[in-house]
Design a protein around this ligand. Sequence first.
Ligand SMILES: [Zn+2]
Length: 218
Amino acid sequence: MKAIRRKKLYYIIPITWLFTAWLVTLALADETATVKYVIDGDTIILVDGRHVRYQGIDAPEIAHDGQSGDPFGEEARLYNEKLLQGRKVRLKLDEQHTDHYGRILAQVFLPDGTWINKAMAAEGLAYVCLYDKESPTAASTFKELLSAQRSAISAKKGMWAVSPAKSEPIYIGNNRTMRVHRPDCPSARETAKGNKTIFHTRNDAFMQGFCPCRRCKP
Ligand SMILES: [Zn+2]
């Protein structure tokens, strides 16, 4: 009797898995496009004028509007440009989702299958960032992006090779926004107690998939 039940499980597990994979595929719309211009490590402009923001990652800022850029912002832009300038790409977009600036959120692939969002994280040139938890695309790709980031942290690649000028005794993660803050950041103080995770090193936060607050830049 027991053996029969176990046998049934062998079928149920792959069927459930296939069904989930099918649901994820349904949620994703595929599109091909040509890249006209690379703005920075996580944003491109297509030949048709649309702006695409890479979903699930956050690259360091380049200098803009008189503000100086973040460390590795320029490296991230150059690497992205090297991979993509003038290339044909495949976009996997979650059609429901654009960001505050009307940019399309997408996972971007080269014809040879290179997954650009993941490549940026793997080189230590972008933070993995689950800023839109409700998006099926973001949720389904987070684990693999984070795995690439963890390898980059361990191998001290790109921005993981250097420590920030000022370190803190603790860092405060907001479980709702998935951002991590310095303890004196106003956003950390505004975080509800139940939503806080305390980290003793900043890398602990990044290993768990939190990404840096844009205000306090931990
Ligand atoms: Zn902050």
